[in-house]
Design a protein around this ligand. Structure first.
Ligand code: FCB
Length: 446
């Protein structure tokens, strides 16, 4: 039996653009995701976050449901364009008030609010000024963090600056699969640095009583064959996906081999003296989003991908069952990742801030019997328990996601929620996985 410490933090996660809707209400300005989703062909079926799960209006009911499930913490994100509609200048009081009501209601229900300051909805005017490839965006982000902290700091203990800067940088600016949809590899590398710098500057602005961390999407990378070309491909993917972020944050340095790989792409003039010191003031905790491992091989024809600077890498098929996203299911990858963090980096508290799966749920007259999702969560939680028993300082777990929601360029087709959302009526129905998770939390064991 896998048993968790009574202090282990059990939660669920969402993000603003994926669930809130109400994109033009109470003074919210447009974000890059409003613009991108409005671009023909960018998002499957032309879906947008305009209504989403209507959480902006339905949050009291959603929080009552969280309480019923026994969640101890709720990870959500603050929409920067609600709080600062143009990304700079004065705060929009009505936007802040929404998050005041949300956090108060959570606290009234004994649920710890775990906000993320940036889950990809950059105010459009900042993108018009150059976006994350421009240094000024990092400074604007720190200013937004400070304003938000001044308004909500009395009720929040854990602040997460960024969600998955890898996606913001490389899907947003290299592949163009995410907003703002640019395909400029050099700009993507600059964006990665300015996101990290934004984290560092924001952390300086937030520190006081608060604990400040950030969330990375990390994975376990293995070569297809133990031969030089595949080993090098795996090193490159691990470098871009994991070490390009972990090393500056936890060792205040960029990995030399990754800088070498990127030399063809950029001369690194955007890295200023002192930046790495600010980025590498160690976070108080690290959030990890884990979905699937990556099996990597050398490619034979150059391709443009998120792995900027490495055109000859390809993701191989590990032959495992897959989720509805096509992501391979392998909970062993999570254990390996956690053990690797313990071995290679200084010990800081870790939280799984996202883990979960989309499956083709079937709504039946008596509910949604998502046994595949339960199996996925059970396997990954077992990996968490094993990691803890082997000394990994893992302190909590947030399932992705509380609700079915807008899955970025895939629109509403993939369903990640433990609670089903009928988008026509906005009716919420806890799936079997939600009842199962509630029971795991109640017992503190699997
Ligand atoms: C992560 C994102 C989250 C969600 C999941 C499935 O990359 O942080 O918003 O889309 O993937």
């Amino acid at each position: 039996m896998s048993t968790f410490d009574p202090g282990f933090l059990w939660g669920a996660a969402t993000s603003s653009y994926q669930i809130e809707g109400a994109v033009a209400e109470d003074g919210r300005g447009p974000s890059i995701w409003d613009t991108f989703a409005g671009t023909p062909g960018a998002v499957r079926d032309g879906d947008t976050g305009a209504v989403a799960a209507d959480h902006y209006h339905r949050f009291p009911g959603d929080i009552a449901l969280m309480a019923e499930l026994g969640l101890r913490a709720y990870r959500f994100s603050l929409a920067w364009p609600r709080i600062q509609p143009t990304g700079s200048g004065p705060v929009n009081q009505r936007g802040l008030d929404f998050y005041r009501r949300l956090t108060d209601t959570l606290l009234d229900h004994g649920i710890e609010p775990w906000p993320t300051l940036y889950h990809w909805d950059l105010p459009q005017p900042l993108e018009d000024g150059g976006g994350w490839p421009v240094r000024d965006t990092a400074e604007r982000f720190a200013e937004y963090a400070a304003l938000t902290y001044a308004a909500l700091g009395d009720r929040i203990t854990h602040w997460t600056t960024l969600n998955e800067p890898w996606c913001s940088a490389f899907l947003g600016y290299a592949t163009g699969r995410h907003a703002p949809g640019r395909r400029e590899p050099a700009a993507a590398v600059r964006a990665a640095h300015h996101l990290l710098l934004g984290h560092g500057l924001a952390a300086e602005a937030l520190r006081g009583e608060a604990r400040v961390g950030l969330t990375l999407n990390l994975t376990h990378v293995t070569p297809l064959h133990a031969e030089p070309a595949d080993l090098d491909a795996a090193r490159r993917v691990d470098g871009m996906q994991n070490r390009l972020f972990l090393d500056p944050l936890l060792r205040a340095t960029y990995p030399d081999d990754v800088l070498d790989d990127l030399h063809e792409v950029t001369a690194f003039e955007h890295i200023h003296d002192g930046d790495l010191k600010r980025i590498g003031a160690p976070p108080d905790y690290l959030g990890i989003n884990y979905y699937a491992p990556l099996l990597v091989a050398a490619g034979s024809t150059p391709t443009r991908s998120a792995y900027v600077g490495s055109p000859l890498v390809r993701i191989a098929d590990g032959g495992r069952p897959r989720t509805a996203m096509g992501w391979e299911i392998d909970e062993r990858g999570l254990l390996d990742l956690l053990l690797r963090l313990k071995n290679d980096y200084p010990a800081i508290p870790l939280y799984i801030t996202e883990n979960g799966a989309a499956f083709d749920d079937v709504v039946q007259h008596d509910g949604v019997h998502d046994t595949d999702r339960i199996a996925y969560l059970d396997g990954h939680l077992r990996s968490c328990a094993q990691a803890i028993s082997r000394g990994v300082p893992l302190r909590g777990y947030f399932v992705w996601s509380l609700l079915d929601n807008f899955e970025w360029s895939f629109g509403y087709a993939p369903r990640f929620g433990i609670v089903h959302v009928d988008y026509a009526t906005q009716r919420r129905t806890p799936k079997d996985s939600a009842r199962w998770y509630a029971e795991v939390i109640r017992r503190g064991s699997l």
